[in-house]
Design a protein around this ligand. Structure first.
Ligand code: FE2
Length: 288
């Protein structure tokens, strides 16, 4: 058990087959901004302080290559390292300076389902964080498909300090900050990306972001609606090489719906078949 806790899911590294097309989509349509690049990778920030939210890496097939999670300070990183060392995780690295854009101090490991994860602190932050209408500020949550969602949930609770906010038939929601969930596991056949949620500043921004996607010919896969878990307003689309991407914003408790979660408004369309398929398409690179 760890008393230290991860405090956010900062970023995700996505392997993409067409780096320039994915970069163009995420910058010109989705609303992120390039902050660093190398020959084979582009790092994209939101309007918030985090160095980047997405690292897009040229790769032979669409694949999730890693997740970066934050801890408050070096003491927390050290404590989480001890906790992970005593867990079923494999390939646990020693804490040290991170040699990648954004830097920081942390360590990596491979979780029991083979996902590559890094826990870090002291990473570079941006000072120019004024809200920009209709652009995402951060990743609110990552939802991952798992062959055993309860085991995955238990691992992240026991060893990284997440708290299971709630569990429904097909999902476990894990909390580590003020957001309803930062990480969730969905029942699936394999370890893959279900979706990434990007925070928008208000309901109007979700709606205008969705309209921007529609104007570029993208079809909304689910939404606009209000989640039954978390009181959040959402619009889901399919990412350029699969995977779900979601605009999301928090609304005050009870603002739009009743406390009875069954009758929250949902203009949607339940997830279309195409959207549901996208939310199973990008596998994690599985490390032994
Ligand atoms: Fe979501």
């Amino acid at each position: 058990m760890s008393s230290a806790t991860v405090t956010a899911v900062r970023s995700i590294t996505l392997g993409v087959t067409d780096l320039s097309a994915s970069t163009k989509f995420y910058t010109e349509i989705w609303g992120l901004t390039p902050v660093a690049e190398s020959k084979d990778a582009v790092y994209l920030r939101g309007t918030g302080p985090y160095h980047h939210l997405l690292a897009l890496v040229a790769h032979p097939q669409p694949q999730v290559l890693g997740l970066d999670m934050l801890a408050d300070d070096r003491a927390a990183v050290e404590a989480l390292h001890q906790s992970i060392k005593a867990s079923p995780a494999t390939q646990v690295g020693a804490p040290g300076t991170i040699d990648a854009p954004g830097g920081g101090y942390g360590f990596g490991f491979v979780d029991p389902e083979g996902r590559t994860v890094r826990v870090l602190t002291g990473d570079a932050r941006h000072a120019d964080t004024a809200a920009q209408p209709d652009k995402p500020s951060k990743i609110t949550h990552a939802v991952l498909n798992s062959g055993d969602m309860d085991a995955a949930s238990a691992f992240y609770q026991q060893h990284l300090g997440f708290h299971q906010k709630n569990r429904i038939e097909r999902m476990c929601f894990l909390q580590c900050n003020e957001d309803h969930h930062s990480l969730a596991f969905a029942l699936g056949k394999a370890s893959s990306l279900n979706h990434l949620a990007f925070a928008m500043q208000d309901v109007g921004s979700v709606s205008r972001g969705a309209a921007r996607m529609l104007s570029h010919g993208f079809v909304m896969g689910w939404g606009v609606g209000q989640h039954t878990a978390g009181e959040d307003v959402y619009a889901y689309f399919e990412g350029p090489e699969g995977g779900g991407i979601e605009y999301i914003t928090k609304v005050p408790d009870g603002w739009l719906g009743s406390k009875d979660n069954t009758d929250h408004w949902d203009v949607a369309l339940r997830p279309t078949e195409k959207q549901a398929a996208a939310m199973r398409r990008i596998p994690f690179r599985v490390e032994g």
